[in-house]
Design a protein around this ligand. Structure first.
Ligand code: ATP
Length: 285
């Protein structure tokens, strides 16, 4: 049972990607299917090597799939026209894992946020500064930061800037690739709450890729579990976390914190995020 939404915004069907050839061929993504509905948060989880990044790279046009369908709002992503490709690039924005390498150190925050507006033509030149400031404020940073460089910010602030850069063109979809795993626990919690808040305020659809199930449980409406390039199970958050059908999902859920320090950090981050969103003292970045 794959539980496809009736009118998906983003649709991946039987995606296949193999690296290498002959006896060295390795199928990283093996007939993966899922769909993201408008306004939905969909988690893609799996251990390292399960094919999450390759799936995202195929979706974003950074790898050429061997087979399968990729559709975004009636655009066939395997052969889009120039106009369709432009629209996809504006409406679907990526947030990367590492805010240290994803921001150009030579650019100011103002330039980093203005660049996508210039490239996409999403906003007339005379309105650009206002749009940049408005978006910085959305992520709780102000106009006083416009002239500063990434090196002047902490990891959490850099991730806020990266999220602002994604939001500045007013996308419909955010694709987040492990957006908190490079951050400290309290900062992870803040970024998780920021993403949750942005999603509901802006009505975004989010494809959220993570290896940690606690983080995904906190944010996602539905979950796709991947293993060795294949979909093991797809379900609502409730189904996956309270009555998983597959033994593998149960094993992932029961991962022993002691043996998984990154997972334990993520679980603490989720506890902090939940406490902060329920009005407890805000952790400091
Ligand atoms: N460019 C490539 N060339 C060869 N093999 C690759 C390439 N990219 C990925 N792979 C292989 O494909 C498989 C899936 O990798 P992928 O990075 O998609 O997994 P992942 O779930 O994102 O893992 P991680 O959480 O570690 O990023 C792995 O076995 C990986 O070694």
């Amino acid at each position: 049972m794959t539980q496809m939404p009736a009118h998906p915004l983003l649709y991946v069907q039987d995606l296949v990607k193999t690296f290498g050839s002959g006896s060295r061929a390795h199928t990283a993504v093996d007939r993966v299917s899922f769909a993201l509905a408008e306004g939905e948060v969909l988690g893609l989880v799996g251990e390292s090597g399960s094919g999450k990044s390759t799936t995202l790279r195929c979706l974003m046009g950074l790898e050429t799939p061997d087979a399968g369908d990729l559709d975004y709002d009636r655009i066939d992503l395997r052969k889009p026209s120039r106009t369709q490709r432009r629209r996809f690039r504006r409406e679907v924005q990526l947030v990367f894992q590492d805010p240290y390498s994803s921001l150009d150190p030579r650019m100011t925050v103002g330039q980093i946020l203005a660049e996508p507006l210039v490239v996409s033509g999403a906003c007339p030149a005379r309105e650009r500064r206002d749009r940049v400031v408005e978006t910085l404020e959305l992520v709780d940073l102000g106009a006083e930061h416009l002239g500063r460089h990434p090196r002047d910010f902490s990891g959490g602030q850099r991730q806020r800037i990266a999220i602002a850069r994604a939001l500045v063109v007013r996308p419909r979809v955010l694709v987040c690739d492990e957006p908190v795993s490079a951050l400290d626990v309290s900062v992870q919690a803040q970024v998780l709450n920021l993403l949750k808040d942005m999603q509901s305020r802006l009505g975004l659809s989010v494809l959220f890729v993570a290896h940690d199930l606690a983080v995904v449980r906190y944010l996602c409406d539905r979950v796709v579990v991947l293993r060795d390039g294949r979909v093991v199970e797809t379900g609502t958050r409730e189904e996956i976390y309270t009555r998983p059908r597959e033994e593998y999902t149960r094993t992932l859920l029961e991962a022993v914190p002691r043996l998984d320090p990154a997972g334990e950090r993520a679980r603490r981050a989720v506890r902090l995020a939940r406490a902060a969103s329920q009005g407890a003292a805000q952790p400091v970045a």
